[in-house]
Ligand binder design. Structure first.
Ligand code: 2P0
Length: 336
């Protein structure tokens, strides 16, 4: 690759329907202790530009125009260098990366999933070596567990103890699915999800039960997703996110991402369901609430939520396609 040639990668954040929360003891390798089942979110994206730099310049990574601490990216960049060498290529001595999110960063909207996946895909493409999407998913996991899922788009699974996510279905599996994303607070969170999950593992008496129970939620979530049964999937989603938060509320010190508006949205979903609508919420490491519904009902569900939380910014999303590298979709099944 020429020095001044930029590679672009565009990825979507990965919303967990069943949650990854906690790492196996070998934390250095970032292996998830619980499985997750997820969907990529269309209409939200990370766009990353990457180009090689000479060795004496060092890595230069900017997110939203702000220079980032390269330490955060050192493990994944090291793994990428090793991989490129193993494949017979010569890794660039350093890289320049400029990344922009079309949505709030570090606010519980899975920006690390799309961000790290975009970085890995752009780097691999720039290195001009052969790789499969499974390779990319393994490398992305080192950067961020959820990023392993964002490598594929569509619907994915990252099994407990696994090194890489796997594609389950492409976006056309469930075209009428809609995901409303309610942003209550757009600033970065005070406690990172990485720190919060470690704290839960180390201090919550409920953490072992969370891990044990998660196996069943993953199996049930995968099954309901395969059959496109929204009420069944919704029930699993609710068990998963609420049990995940139980490990945070019971950590020492506790981690409480919820705001009054989050609770208002949860109650609004319950009320919509009582009136016969599909409105199945989930939350991540932040105050935001995401609601699964259908194309047919999305208008009514959206107005119910707007009434309950008038200040929230609401995105309407659907299952996302695969990432784009230099404007072209990456192969969906790991077979470039
Ligand atoms: C998920 N989350 O499955 C869960 C649910 C947040 C709540 O994955 O430490 O940024 O980089 O592997 O992937 C957020 O954590 O964590 C996350 P690391 P990540 O989407």
């Amino acid at each position: 690759m020429l020095k001044d040639e930029w590679v672009t990668a565009e990825t979507s954040p990965s919303l967990a329907l069943v949650k990854y929360w906690g790492k196996q003891q070998r934390a250095a390798r970032n292996i998830p202790a619980t499985g997750s089942v997820a969907v990529g979110l269309s209409d939200l994206s990370t766009l990353t530009y990457l180009r090689p730099l000479p060795a004496d310049e060092g890595d230069r990574i900017q997110l939203g125009g702000r220079l980032q601490n390269p330490e955060r990216f050192a493990p994944v960049l090291r793994a990428l260098q090793e991989f490129v060498r193993k494949q017979g290529g010569s890794p660039p001595p350093a890289v320049e990366v400029n990344s922009e999110n079309s949505f709030p960063t570090a606010a519980g909207l899975a920006s690390s999933s799309s961000g790290l996946a975009a970085l890995v895909l752009a780097y691999l493409h720039a290195s001009r070596i052969p790789y499969t999407l499974r390779d990319a998913a393994k490398l992305a996991r080192i950067g961020s567990g959820s990023a392993s899922r964002s490598v594929f788009g569509g619907f994915t699974i990252l099994p407990a103890g696994s090194e890489a996510a796997e594609p389950l279905f492409d976006k056309d599996h469930w075209p009428e699915l809609r995901i409303l994303i309610l942003v209550m607070q757009s600033g970065p969170k005070r406690v990172s999800s990485r720190d919060a999950m470690e704290l839960a593992r180390e201090t919550s008496p409920y953490y072992p039960a969370w891990c044990a129970d998660s196996l069943q939620q993953v199996a049930q979530g995968r099954d309901a997703l395969g059959r496109r049964l929204l009420p069944e999937l919704g029930a699993v989603m609710r068990r998963s996110y609420l049990r995940m938060f139980a490990t945070m509320f019971s950590a020492d010190p506790p981690v409480i991402y919820w705001l009054p508006e989050s609770v208002a949205a949860i109650h609004a979903c319950a009320s919509l369901r009582e009136h016969g609508y599909d409105a199945w919420e989930t939350m991540d490491a932040g105050a935001q609430v995401k609601v699964l519904t259908t194309e047919e009902q999305v208008g009514r569900v959206r107005s119910g939520l707007t009434e309950a939380v008038p200040g929230a910014l609401i995105y309407t999303s659907r299952p996302a396609g695969p990432p784009l590298v230099n404007g072209t979709p990456v192969a969906p099944r790991g077979e470039e």
